[in-house]
Write a protein that binds this ligand. Sequence first.
Ligand SMILES: [Zn+2]
Ligand SMILES: [Zn+2]
Length: 267
Amino acid sequence: MFIADYHIHTNFSSDARSSMEDMILSAANKGLKEIAITDHVDFCEYYDEPDCENYIITFNALKEKYSNKINIILGIEIGLENTISDKIDKFSAAYPFDFVIGSSHGVCGLDLYFDDFFKGKTKSESYNIYFEQMLKNIKTIKNFNVYGHIDFISRYGIYDDNSLHYLDYKDIIDNILKLLIETERGIEINTSGYRYNIDQTYPQYEILKRYKDLGGEIITVGSDSHNTKDIADHFDVAYDMLERAGFKYITLFRKRKPEFVKLADYR
Ligand SMILES: [Zn+2]
Ligand SMILES: [Zn+2]
């Protein structure tokens, strides 16, 4: 049994089809105690913004309707770009989100989904730029709780071998993890890689373990599901990794404040 899926998209995101109600029902049927709805907001070229007023009205109605089945948390996943840090901080402060995921979906205005960012760069050049911009995002943007899928770039590279090895980027990744810890923010384990035949979580185990060894405690687990069947997908793997890395707690959020739930109660 798993406690919570903290990364769920509904058809308020342009790349998801299932309704919020269907996602909630599916999560309840899978026995989850809690989910965070985290639809996309991206302000750059790869623009995506839900109708926030309607998003919150729909959320509130469904939270009430299913309150005896499952607890639902109002979240959002914001695409971070340090060139628009003020805009991002103002946006997340303007709405009553319980939980905010900040993610790198684009770097320097280029969507990682397309090849332009990678063209003309070696793998090490593009991956280093990705992490340097991530560090700058964490320095300049205050209003988010966990950094989403932090080594996600390995899903998109255009190289013969896109794999990313922690030791090759150790210094910059360590700086990212240390700054998140110092500023009382965390990371997530995102299980979506298994759906893209990548057979790994984001982050990979080595980075998760390093985060723990550096003192990291704030950790959420999310499927990044865009349809009902993927909710809580591969959470058994994620929980095993947490235990192996030495985590005793999983994090939930209330009004953007972390609360810690014993992992052993869900093993
Ligand atoms: Zn994302
Ligand atoms: Zn997502």
